[in-house]
Design a protein around this ligand. Structure first.
Ligand code: S3P
Length: 433
């Protein structure tokens, strides 16, 4: 990764006004994927132009799908999954776990002779066997030259049969890969999950006309049908908004309103936690489009309280835990985060990274096997913070500079483009610069 450094310091600024954050990353990926699987035209508005989602577009272009992107509007014209072409180049997923894992499920049932899926340094050490194991059970031909099914992986054509699978990790990526494979398998595939993970795949499969059903952690899909193109609106990403929500909840006298924000209940755990941590929250104008709830939300500062985050709440805010840890350093008392060992296999080991970087600033934070224990409040100093090439660590560092006594220098801040290319512009806007 490049050693690009960025120094920021936004202390003494209140956070206020209105903001519409860019489109949801998870929904943007799925809109491209289903628009490419379906035959005909799909029109997407509000697409996230983050690096991860651009990798998904690149891959489908190599499979022979025509994708035209004008700002946040995307038009897909696809011959349908049965008429894709065998790619002549490797399919590069970059840093994107969602691209890699969901593509494995899609490619397993695609009508192409073979494809090779690769990723960057971080993705190449992230576990793929959580996906290849159930896909192998369906009859998929996926092989790696490295132990444990790490990338690169070669996918060859094979016919798939339905399975009934209990997902041992609360992972939407695993669930989605199996459902995508199930779309082209013989019979009805069932995925069972004890703890509900984000359900964007189920919502969008249904929107595109697939025979998918979901009932209390049991999701089934019957293979064989074909999907037709449609229109998709992508709402703002609550995981991106979370950085500014925490900013508003952390800086005295702040109040910030988010418009067109995704409020899917499987993603909105951050609102529960901010409420428990004392912030004032007002949710307004709720509506739904293509199965996704949206609305406007105002977050205002109040005295920050400690909290405990565990169990079924974890998958509803898994990507928000780094920025929640920062807020917890300002709470009077002990915040406990547990049942979150998944953080260890994200873009970087987020338990180790968050603990290291906040400790550098003077926070009282301890890493546990499956979470963190944070004792507040502490005054945070400035200094250099490493993003570890992880977009969410980079954004946490920038938000920390709202309360640090000295500037923060972020190592490799460019990685923020992965999910939020306009992050610094939006940050300057909400702090009135
Ligand atoms: C995602 C699911 C989550 C999340 C990731 C996006 C998705 O990962 O951390 O940023 O779009 O399905 P897991 O499903 O592995 O928990």
């Amino acid at each position: 990764m490049m050693e690009n450094l960025k120094t920021v310091h936004y202390n003494n600024s209140i956070v206020s006004g209105k903001i519409e954050v860019p489109g949801d990353k998870s929904i943007s990926h799925r809109a491209i994927m289903l628009g490419s699987i379906a035959k005909g035209k799909t029109i997407i508005s509000g697409f996230l132009n983050g690096e991860d989602c651009l990798r998904t577009i690149d891959i489908f272009r190599l499979l022979g799908v025509s994708i035209d992107r004008q700002g946040t509007d995307v038009t897909i014209d696809s011959p349908g999954i049965n008429n894709w072409k065998t790619p002549t180049e490797e399919l590069y997923a970059g840093n994107s776990g969602t691209t890699a894992r969901l593509m494995l499920g899609i490619l397993a049932g695609a009508n192409i002779s073979s494809a090779v899926l690769t990723g960057d340094e971080s993705l190449s050490v992230r576990p793929m066997n959580r996906v290849t194991k159930p896909l192998h059970a369906m009859g998929a031909s996926i092989t790696s030259e490295i132990d444990n099914d790490l990338l690169p992986l070669k996918i060859e054509a094979s016919s798939l049969a339905a399975i009934d699978y209990t997902n041992p990790v609360a992972s939407a990526q695993v669930k989605s890969a199996i459902l995508f494979a199930g779309l082209h398998a013989k019979g009805t595939t069932i995925v069972r999950e004890d703890t509900l993970s984000r359900d964007h795949t189920e919502q969008m499969l249904s929107h595109f006309g697939a025979d998918v059903r979901s009932n209390n952690g049991e999701i089934s899909i019957t293979g064989g049908g074909s999907l037709n193109g449609t229109t998709v609106h992508v709402p703002g990403d609550i995981s991106s908004a979370a950085f500014f929500m925490v900013a508003a909840a952390m800086v005295k006298d702040s109040s910030l309103t988010f418009t067109n924000l995704g409020l899917n209940p499987t993603r909105s755990g951050i609102l529960d936690v901010l409420g428990n941590m004392g912030a004032e929250i007002n949710v307004m104008d709720e509506s739904a489009e293509n199965g996704e709830r949206t609305g406007n939300v105002t977050i205002a500062y109040n005295k920050v309280l400690p909290t405990e985050i565990s169990g079924s709440l974890i998958p509803r805010l898994i990507d928000e835990l780094p920025i929640i840890a920062l807020l917890a350093t300002q709470a009077e008392g002990t915040t406990i985060i547990k049942d979150a060992s998944e953080l260890r296999v994200k873009e970087t080991d987020r338990i180790a990274a968050v603990t290291n970087e906040l400790t550098k600033l003077g926070a009282n934070i301890e890493a546990t096997d499956d979470g963190m224990i944070i004792q507040g409040p502490t005054v945070l100093a400035g200094g250099t913070m490493d993003s570890y090439g992880d977009h969410r660590l980079g954004m946490m560092a920038a938000i920390a500079s709202l309360i640090t006594t000295d500037p923060i220098t972020i190592k490799d801040s460019a990685c923020i483009d992965i999910s939020y290319p306009t992050f610094f512009e939006d940050l300057e806007k909400v702090v009135g610069k």
